[in-house]
Design a protein around this ligand. Sequence first.
Ligand code: ADP
Length: 180
Amino acid sequence: MTGPTKNRIGIYPGTFDPITYGHLDLIDRALALFDHLIVAVAVNPAKVHLFTPEDRRDMILECLKLLETKDSERRLEVVIFSGLLAHLAVERGATAILRGLRAVSDFEFEFQIALTNRTLAPSVEAVFLMPNAKYTYLSSTIIKNVAQYGGDVTKLVPPIVVQRLAQRYQQAGGASSARS
Ligand code: ADP
């Protein structure tokens, strides 16, 4: 049975401090499921971040050029948001909120958040995607730990992020302790 075609809008929220190849892998997979994907950079005053929301957004925009999916630039949007994700999802008419699951340890927290979001926005589904196995261990926190001490992260994050991390830790004299 075929119903009317619907413009499927996905929303992928996160801290992206900074974006990694794991995040990009998920974005690529999401483009196969959604017509339009909104990558939403969270502003969370309770967390200490290495990069400003604007820096995080600009790095994401630069990295999206690396995606192989046809039309990806036209189908993607990057926004900065504060407040409740469920409200943004409803406001933007999102079909689903997308999150990544790397390991079982991610599940419990994500399950809790997804059910809370469902209470706030019953029309918005939760979709979980798994990255390519080679990225399952990757997190922004690990990247920052390695980069902070001059480790090579070229296989883990796109070139613009390698550059920005090096600049940032040079400015901080290698002493920043920001985490996400
Ligand atoms: P948050 O602070 O909201 O968890 P992150 O930027 O750390 O923000 O992660 C955003 C989303 O991307 C989360 O759903 C997280 O599970 C997912 N994610 C992060 N790194 C990876 C990865 N290597 N593979 C797949 N998903 C990932």
